[in-house]
Ligand binder design. Structure first.
Ligand code: SF4
Length: 242
């Protein structure tokens, strides 16, 4: 694992030289925490940003606030909402509110027509409006972003590369080859407090209605019983440049 950590640091250091406008995306899941920790060992001032949604569990907001202070991340949080949710109110956080009208209209429409919540009936549209479009805003002024994506997380993540160029936006995946066991080893070694849901058997954390514990592969618990079971929200599959 030490060699992989050293390599990840080299990848980030090289990216910092090439792309001055760079930020680390942090969902506050285990892989993000490792990525952020490694990135900040390379540059303690590297920008950290997070895209949150109204459907994240309260534990994620609590954990985000706690770790933002504990690790002095000075994170910027993007969220589609008309006001800052209680769980994200903290002087140490910068919260950027994004317009909510389109999501509210679409969610009401889907519910009126089908009797089902948008995340059940049309999770792709829900993710587009709450995650993909906000991520586009978050990276709009960046040349490159750093993610915690890993090849062994699920069937949809086997073919990614360490450095990708999508529409001119560079994506750096420095922990791409880390295994789940190596992630937990790094977390234990560095004394990073993990999100409390991992102790309940979750292996991959997303929004509350779309995450379940267990699974053969880590992402198997995501979007179960929907059209995108074990799949992707879209931030890693779609072009984020408008
Ligand atoms: S993960 Fe689920 S609730 Fe969250 S944005 Fe996607 S579909 Fe909506």
């Amino acid at each position: 694992m030490d060699e992989k950590v050293t390599h990840a640091k080299e990848v980030i250091a090289d990216a910092l030289k090439r792309y001055p406008k760079i930020g680390v995306a942090c969902s506050f899941g285990k892989d993000s925490m490792v990525t952020v920790h490694i990135a900040r060992e390379v540059d303690p001032n590297i920008k950290v940003f997070s895209v949150m949604t109204r459907f994240k569990p309260p534990e994620t907001y609590d954990y985000l606030r706690k770790m933002n202070r504990k690790m002095n991340l000075r994170a910027t949080v993007y969220i589609v909402a008309n006001s800052v949710p209680e769980g994200l109110k903290d002087d140490a956080l910068e919260v950027v509110l994004l317009p909510s009208a389109e999501f509210d209209k679409k969610a009401s429409q889907v519910e009126a027509e089908t009797g089902q919540a948008i995340y059940k009936r049309d999770p792709d549209e829900c993710c587009r409006l709450l995650k993909v479009d906000p991520t586009k805003v978050a990276v709009a002024n960046l040349d490159a972003w750093v993610t915690g994506l890993r090849n062994t997380e699920g069937r949809t993540r086997e073919d990614y590369q360490e450095v990708e160029n999508k529409g001119g936006l560079i994506k750096i995946n420095p922990i791409l080859t880390f295994t789940e066991a190596e992630i937990w080893k790094y977390i234990a070694t560095k004394g990073i407090e993990p999100h409390p849901w991992y102790s309940k058997g979750y292996r991959s954390l997303g929004c509350a209605p779309c995450s379940r514990p267990g699974g053969v592969l880590e992402r198997d618990g995501r979007w179960q019983d929907t059209s995108k079971c074990g799949g992707e929200c879209g931030i890693h599959t779609q072009t984020l440049r408008a």
